[in-house]
Design a protein around this ligand. Structure first.
Ligand SMILES: C[S@@+](CC[C@H](N)C(=O)[O-])C[C@H]1O[C@@H](n2cnc3c(N)ncnc32)[C@H](O)[C@@H]1O
Length: 287
């Protein structure tokens, strides 16, 4: 399924609220182990010096809000092309009383001309780079706005055979849509889960010392309702459910519930626990 950049943008805007609820609260992420890994890396790279960091594709605000709690001397710019995501991030920044450390800006990562060359000491992005229609363009923009000597770190998902959440959603899609319906996300996800491609993409954009760390993300959602909305609205399922009729969504809810109970992801009450999701954390520097 080919999904245009415009459709993808609309899908993220439409899913902002359910994504925000599922992906964690202010200062804590559904993907916390990778946020912790990024935080340790930032501590190592910045060595206690104050710094200015740009986070790309921040969605509702993570990992930037967590970073701001950890590095009170630093300044953070959170950016996303979805204005709905940015509105939620702004609200969370205000609620956490971090407005003096964090600004939020609507920016398409493929065109960051609003930022001058060599502006930031560090750039991060969590689960965003592979969602961007032209990730190579975004990497070149990140390289441009980073100061010489600056560092860049980003996370992407691992391959589907090590990604429980993606496999579960694929089975749900296969149970509900004709077998010929492609359920690939609106991006070249499989390409970015390869361990070599991001290293080459970083080098092509001008970065050096590209390196990879693998991290396991045991996703836990506090309730079935939050999981269901997060999963069904997620543009990573090619918008199949977002575009579906109300009756199809209802059918999807039933299928998801019985599959989740059969697989032991959900017991009928309490949290939904989707364990064993591999993520890849890439780091590089601009010489
Ligand atoms: C999976 S979410 C990750 C959000 C957040 N970083 C987190 O860890 O929860 C992906 C985000 O990428 C954003 N995105 C997709 N394409 C983008 C682009 N071209 N420029 C900026 N953000 C983009 C979406 O709006 C969405 O908020």
């Amino acid at each position: 399924m080919s999904v245009s950049a415009w459709e993808q943008h609309a899908a993220w805007d439409a899913s902002a609220e359910s994504y925000a609820q599922g992906a964690g609260t202010s200062g804590g992420s559904l993907f916390q182990p990778s946020v912790d890994l990024m935080t340790d890396w930032l501590k190592f790279e910045t060595k206690g010096r104050p710094f200015v960091l740009l986070d790309v594709a921040s969605g509702p605000g993570e990992p930037g809000i967590h970073f701001a709690h950890t590095f009170p001397e630093a300044h953070f710019v959170l950016s996303d092309f979805s204005s709905e995501m940015c509105k939620i991030a702004e609200g969370r920044v205000k609620d956490a009383d971090l407005s003096s450390h964090i600004s939020v800006k609507v920016v398409d990562a493929q065109d960051m001309s609003c930022f001058a060359n060599d502006t930031f000491d560090a750039v991060t992005s969590a689960y965003g780079i592979f969602m961007i229609p032209d990730p190579g363009k975004a990497l070149r923009e990140i390289f441009r706005v980073l100061k010489p000597g600056g560092c860049f770190g980003f996370t992407v998902w691992g391959p589907i055979d090590r990604m429980h959440f993606q496999r579960f959603m694929l089975r749900v899609c296969q149970a509900l849509f004709p077998p010929t319906t492609p359920v690939a996300p609106p991006v070249d996800l499989p390409k970015w889960t390869d361990r070599q491609l991001p290293i080459h993409a970083l080098e092509d954009a001008g970065f050096c010392q590209a390196a990879l760390q693998v991290v396991d993300i045991p996703m836990e959602f506090s309730s079935w309702q939050i999981f269901e909305r997060f999963a069904l609205d997620n543009p990573a399922c090619a918008g199949l459910f977002a575009k579906a009729s109300a009756s199809k969504r209802q059918e999807a809810s039933g299928v998801m519930l019985s599959m989740a109970m059969a697989e032991g992801i959900f017991t009928g009450s309490g949290p939904v626990s989707v364990k064993d999701n591999e993520a890849h954390f890439y780091t590089a520097v601009k010489k």
